[in-house]
Ligand binder design. Structure first.
Ligand code: ADP
Ligand code: MG
Length: 351
């Protein structure tokens, strides 16, 4: 699924302003975003996010916590059954109220997405170079097919593939190479924000590390913002500056990546950080502790704190009282009642 394959009509000339003076709004600010599928499935509930240019935000959470819904909502790429409320300010401009033409200009050029599982969705009958050239042609009325193909070759080199691989069909490439092609495509229109939804999940560990380093390098070189989504908190802690941990459609913990990974204040954040120990990290030598059960179905959320049925340190009150994000020490914020009682929290969590 891409924005460009479904669009028709003349391309608007307006493109996002790339030369904003300091002091202007952040690259992305999301305020109180909710997404409800079919009127009854609240997949994203009151999410706030902020990403500055050059900053890397990781979004962690198990499958079903609303991460992909959030990513797709940022560019209004969700099906019509999804109802969105709140604000998604891209360079201060609300994506949710943008006219269609403006939205098309912003997709790819303002922000682009490497979709979850996208490396399997390259078109099998087109050469990869032509597939990279497609958004360039769609978004730049002045680009000629020859210039777009040249640019596709340059983009392939930027992601570590020889320009000549533009002639290849997807089946001639490995999984890691196909993911590089998807990243080249995401870079094609010089976006200011790249959203990468589980970009390495289907790859083996060595290739995973190469792709992560590539993304890091590209973000550093081009001063773009990055939102990286993964269920693996260790991967995000290695790559990102800040982390938001999602559970049942909400951000339940956020803060500097290393702080959240090393000493999460929400029991769910702690469970995620021990589920994926970092290889070679002495601090994570403790055995990974599995978290029994699954995240709740958003159509049937438990009352109180939605994590309480799985929480190893839940109090009786957690079954009835929901918790808001609050200051949790350092620069962290967490939505847990035990944050207010650090001594009790620490003794219980290590037992
Ligand atoms: P994640 O990316 O964290 O795995 P998703 O955003 O894919 O989570 O899904 C969050 C919840 O929304 C899940 O319960 C999923 O079943 C539901 N969901 C996702 N897409 C749709 C859809 N198109 N219609 C209805 N429910 C959906
Ligand atoms: Mg997902």
């Amino acid at each position: 699924m891409t924005a460009t394959t479904t669009t028709t009509g003349p391309e608007p000339s307006a493109s996002p302003d790339l030369s904003k003076p300091v002091g202007d709004p952040p690259l992305l600010e999301v305020r109180n975003l909710t997404v409800t599928y079919g009127g009854t499935v609240p997949a994203v509930r009151g999410v706030d996010l902020r990403v500055e240019a050059g900053q890397k935000l990781g979004i962690a959470g198990e499958s079903g916590c609303g991460k992909s819904t959030l990513a797709l909502a940022l560019l209004r790429l969700l099906p019509a059954t999804a109802k969105l409320t709140g604000e998604i300010l891209l360079d201060g401009e609300d994506v949710l109220t943008m006219k269609w033409g403006r939205l098309r200009a912003v997709r790819w050029a303002g922000a682009s997405i490497v979709f979850q599982g996208a490396m399997h969705s390259l078109n099998a009958v087109h050469r990869v170079g032509d597939q990279i050239a497609e958004p360039i042609l769609l978004h730049n009325a002045k680009a000629t097919p020859a210039a777009a193909r040249r640019r596709a070759g340059e983009l392939l080199e930027q992601v570590g593939l020889p320009a000549a691989r533009a002639q290849a069909y997807p089946h001639e490439l490995s999984g890691g190479q196909r993911q590089r092609v998807m990243i080249a495509m995401a870079l094609a229109c010089d976006p200011r924000l790249i959203i990468a939804d589980e970009p390495t999940t289907a790859l083996d560990v060595m290739i995973q590390a190469q792709i992560l380093r590539l993304i890091e390098q590209l973000v550093a070189d081009q001063d773009v913002g990055l939102i990286m989504i993964s269920h693996d908190l260790a991967v995000l802690a290695d790559t990102c500056d800040r982390l938001s941990v999602m559970y049942a459609g909400r951000v339940v913990e956020e803060g500097p990546a290393r702080q959240v990974y090393a000493e999460a204040r929400h029991p769910y954040g702690r469970a995620l950080s021990t589920a994926f120990p970092r290889i070679g990290d002495p601090a994570s030598r403790r055995a990974p502790r599995g978290l029994p059960g699954d995240p709740p179905d958003p159509a049937a959320l438990p009352g109180g704190c939605t994590f309480h049925p799985r929480c190893p340190v839940a109090l009786d009150s957690c079954a009835t009282e929901d918790q808001e994000l609050r200051e949790a020490g350092g620069e962290r914020r967490a939505a847990c009642v035990l944050v207010d009682a650090p001594a009790a929290d620490d003794s219980r969590s290590t037992s």
